[in-house]
Design a protein around this ligand. Structure first.
Ligand code: PMT
Length: 420
């Protein structure tokens, strides 16, 4: 909410059937606090009327380059200058062709030519039009001119054909717009993150696991991506769409997660390109000693004993490897989580000492609104100097954002205040 408050968006709507979906984009931006001024091409108003744009945006619609009621006739210049961001949705083939060639014969194209700040274009059109060499040439020209593209998505199109040409989703356009405007303190940095549960199979039907939903890890991934970092997310079985822009690696068991994380750690270690490893995953500590190849039958028995053995500890292993390679330095920064059920601080301190991480984020699963599944978390963060910070109950996205700020400080503060 806070981010979009008082941000000004000039939304240029091209003439395509996807213009109808732009109403949800206006609603989405407005609901988060942004002001939206709509500038439509003449063709756009054949799909959605000026009155509708006006009603949804709550502002006058701008469609006429030669509106005699406007003082000085400089609407295109004013709109181009006052907006924090210009979004074009749908960016039609015609509108992009005009932009690429610097044409300015209506309000929308004149405003785009007068624009000096960032422009985000979300194309939508028939697949043949999108793939046409002329459109692709124009896209390349516009990208070279600094226009940022979002989509198009692939799928079934309004014309009945299949392929690339669908307008990106409202959420994707808003998130891409946000990343264009956000400061990027972690630009060029690489973060390795784990999230979600692991599953340890008993037989083809059953498994041992836990209640982790992945939401805490997703919140951290989102914050890191917004801060400009590259994020590799190794995750167990979850029901969440991949975070926009993250490289994701799906695994099932703890051993698979261990292999994926250690491989990435070693690759990055060789090239010294890892800045932080954040282990949010709820890794199963134990797995069945043997997995039955067939479903275990009841055969009339009233109990079943399952023999378990310990899984490798990924966080512990990262701490060991860093110490062996780099005894004097805390880089990459290693962040662990601790899921406790009572005496959280005491157990967290022990865990931090044993696993040798720089930050430990403790959540007590017995506290209301904290831990598994829920959209919120209440955490205490221990740092490498032995200090503790109690954070209030917040959304997991907000915890992720604050944790990324803390890591950014560690990474960017010189030796005595930060990591050494
Ligand atoms: O996914 P959500 O539903 O949003 O829930 C979030 C969460 C509760 C899972 C998250 O906030 C959290 O606490 N994650 C850590 C869960 C956990 O396994 O805690 P632990 O105290 O058992 O492990 C301590 C640390 O060692 C963790 O960083 C864990 O990733 C790591 N570990 C544990 C076991 C193991 N074999 N390998 C590990 O790397």
């Amino acid at each position: 909410m806070q981010f979009w408050l008082n941000k000004e968006i000039a939304l240029v709507v091209g003439g395509g059937i996807a213009a109808c979906r732009v109403l949800d984009l206006i609603r989405g931006l407005k609901s988060q606090g942004a002001g939206v001024s709509v500038i439509g091409t003449p063709a756009a108003t054949r799909f959605v009327t000026p009155l509708t744009f006006q009603a949804i945006s709550g502002r006058p619609f701008h469609g006429d380059l030669f509106d005699p009621t406007l003082e000085g006739g400089m609407d295109h210049i004013r709109l181009a200058r006052e907006a924090d961001l210009v979004i074009i949705a749908p960016a039609t083939a015609d509108l992009m062709a005009k932009m690429a060639h610097g044409l300015a014969n209506d309000l929308a194209s004149a405003m785009l030519l007068a624009r000096k700040g960032p422009i985000l274009a979300a194309p939508a059109m028939n697949v043949a039009m999108w793939e046409h060499p002329a459109t692709q040439r124009n896209v390349t020209t516009l990208a070279r001119d600094g226009v940022i593209f979002c989509g198009p998505d692939s799928g079934s199109l309004a014309c009945g054909e299949e392929g690339a040409g669908r307008l990106a989703t409202v959420d994707t356009i808003i998130e891409t717009a946000r990343r264009l405007l956000e400061a990027k303190p972690l630009a060029g940095r690489q973060i390795l993150l784990t999230a979600g549960p692991t599953r340890e199979e008993i037989d083809p039907v059953r498994y041992v696991s836990n209640h982790s939903s992945g939401r805490m890890g997703w919140g951290i991934a989102l914050a890191a991506l917004r801060a400009g970092a590259r994020v590799t997310l190794v995750h167990g079985p979850v029901h969440l769409p991949p975070p926009l822009g993250a490289q994701t690696i799906a695994v099932t068991s703890a051993r698979e997660m261990y292999t994926a994380v250690i491989d990435l750690w070693e690759q990055h270690h060789a090239s010294q390109t890892l800045d932080a490893a954040i282990m949010t995953a709820a890794v199963a500590d134990f797995r069945p000693v043997a997995r039955s190849p067939e479903k275990i039958k009841k055969n009339g028995s009233s109990s079943l004993s399952l023999e378990l053995e310990a899984n490798p500890d990924i966080l512990l292993e990262l701490g060991k490897r860093r110490l062996a390679a780099n005894p004097d330095r805390r880089q990459p920064v290693i962040v662990g989580f601790a899921a406790e059920t009572g005496a959280a601080l005491k157990r967290g301190r022990e865990k931090m000492a044993r696993k040798k991480c720089d930050l430990l984020v403790i959540n007590d699963l017995l506290e209301e609104g904290a831990g598994f599944g829920v959209a919120t978390n209440r955490v205490t963060v221990l740092n490498h100097l032995g200090q503790e910070e109690v954070w209030p109950l917040m959304s997991k996205d907000a915890v992720g954002a604050r944790l990324i700020q803390t890591i950014t400080t560690l990474l960017t503060t010189p030796v005595n205040g930060g990591v050494t």
